[in-house]
Each structure stands twice: as structure tokens, then as C-alpha cells.
Design a protein around this ligand. Structure first.
Ligand SMILES: [Zn+2]
Length: 266
């Protein structure tokens, strides 16, 4: 495991965009995911942090260094543990209205008690519980964050969770959270597939209208093109046809089905 000063891999993607990566597979390989991508957008006046990661090491010192004197907004794409671990380092967190309640409560991460020893040692120190931020502010579809020369719009994309959002910048970057990424996709129950399919359709329409130039998902490779959305829409639509190939995963307490592009957890 890396030390705290090299745990986060910082990639300056553009003058105004940093990718901050951490290895989710080092926290627990049983999630079948290699990377979590945290993003930092630097506007002329203000900055926006998209997710706070696993909380295994403090992230705020790194963010403070990168934003210089800018005011900072912090958003969670949703409330799952790998996106909210460092929330309590920040005074205010924005999250979709549907997940304000869960983000306001301490969050149990005892499922990580069988993680590698160094990870268990660090999480033992906080009793395997994430403490929430003091202020949790609700987001709604269409909300905007004005950063100066860049604005960022909230897009409701439920499915992975009831309050999953995507974020679209005025420069054409689309941050999809866990609504769409390559690798292992955590889906809702089969009877709720229509919800995530509708969300993916909405994002595809933004690509059709040439509003989206690049896609930055919260896990695995980034940036990617619109083919991610096409592949995922087609893949989820086809799951019924390959349902017989499913295998049970004990740790995740779910079915796994694979096609050429994705592992689906259902
Ligand atoms: Zn995730």
C-alpha cells in the first residue's frame, strides 16, 4: 500500500481540470474495480470537487494546494462509501435531495473489516464509521454552480442509486459518476433497469446534440467517448438474453453477468 503522500495520483488533465485517482482495488479487491476517479474543476473564481473518495487518507490538504485562493464547492455524485469517505473534512457537501438523509448520518464501513491489513488498521482508527459533513445541502436537476468562466449543471441520473447525478460543464465535459463507466457496473434490480436506461438515454441525447465532448466517469478509464453510453445502453438492454450465464458473488450478495465490455452486478 502507498504512503499518504503518494496515495492519490494527481493528473493535470487540462488547465482547469484535475483527475485525482485512488486504487479501490487496494482498499478491497472484492469490489472488482481498479480505480476511483475524483475530479477537481478550477474556475476563474471558484472550484468544484466532485466526490471525496474512500477517506483512507485526508484529501483536503491536497485540494487546498490545488485550488489556491478559490472558494470551493464539494459535491457527491451519490452517497456510496467510495465517493464520500472524506466528506467530514469539508464544511458543506452538496448531494441530490434523495440522498441528503443518508449523507447526513454516520456511515458504517464494517464491510471493509476483511480488507488488507494496512487498510484495516487505518479504518480501525475511525471505528469503521465515516462521520458526515456538518452541512448537507440538497441538489436538484438543473441546479448550476458558477465558477467564474465555467458553469456546471446538475443532471438527475438515478438508477445506480436513487440520488445519482451527473454533472455537465459549459465546456462540454460530462461527469457521469457511477451511472456509466467501463468495468464493473453496479446496477439496480432487474425491474428497475428502465430507470437507469432512461438516465443513460438522457446522457446520450446530450451527446447527440453535441453538448458533450468528453465523458469522465467515477471509475476506471477516463476520459472516454460517447461509445461508453452506447455500449452500456445496449449491454443492459441485452441482460435478459444472457441471464442464464449469471454467477453468484458471496461478498457482494449479488449476481454477476459479463459481456464483452462490462461486468454487471445485479
Ligand atoms: Zn463507486
Amino acid at each position: 500500500m502507498s504512503k499518504d503522500n503518494d496515495w492519490y495520483e494527481v493528473i493535470k488533465q487540462k488547465d482547469y481540470l484535475y483527475i485525482i485517482r485512488e486504487h479501490l482495488d487496494e482498499i478491497d479487491p472484492r469490489f472488482l474495480t481498479i480505480y476511483t476517479n475524483i475530479y477537481l474543476i478550477l474556475g476563474h473564481d471558484k472550484a468544484l470537487l466532485i466526490d471525496t473518495g474512500s477517506g483512507i487518507f485526508p484529501i483536503k490538504p491536497l485540494i487546498n494546494e490545488l485550488i489556491e485562493n478559490r472558494e470551493l464547492f464539494v459535491i457527491n455524485t451519490h452517497s456510496h462509501f467510495d465517493h464520500r469517505g472524506s466528506n467530514n473534512e469539508f464544511e458543506t457537501i452538496y448531494i441530490h435531495d434523495n440522498e441528503v438523509r443518508v449523507a447526513s448520518l454516520p456511515f458504517d464501513i464494517s464491510m471493509l473489516k476483511d480488507s488488507p491489513k494496512e487498510i484495516v488498521n487505518r479504518y480501525s482508527a475511525i471505528g469503521f464509521v465515516y462521520q458526515p459533513s456538518d452541512n448537507i445541502e440538497p441538489l436538484h436537476d438543473g441546479d448550476r454552480f458558477e465558477l467564474g468562466d465555467i458553469s456546471v449543471e446538475v443532471i438527475d441520473t438515478p438508477g445506480h442509486s436513487i440520488g445519482s447525478i451527473s454533472l455537465l460543464t459549459s465546456k462540454g465535459e460530462l461527469f457521469t459518476g457511477d451511472t456509466a463507466h467501463y468495468g464493473t457496473m453496479y446496477l439496480p434490480k432487474r425491474k428497475e433497469f428502465h430507470i437507469i436506461l432512461k438516465s443513460i438515454s438522457r446522457l446520450k441525447e446530450l451527446c447527440d446534440a453535441d453538448i458533450v465532448q468528453e465523458i469522465y466517469p467515477s471509475h476506471e478509464q477516463c476520459p472516454v467517448g460517447r461509445e461508453l453510453l452506447d455500449d452500456l445502453y445496449e449491454g443492459i438492454s441485452n441482460i435478459d438474453n444472457i441471464w442464464d450465464t449469471k454467477k453468484r458473488n458471496k461478498f457482494l450478495e449479488a449476481w454477476i453477468i459479463e459481456d464483452d465490455n462490462f461486468k454487471y452486478i445485479i
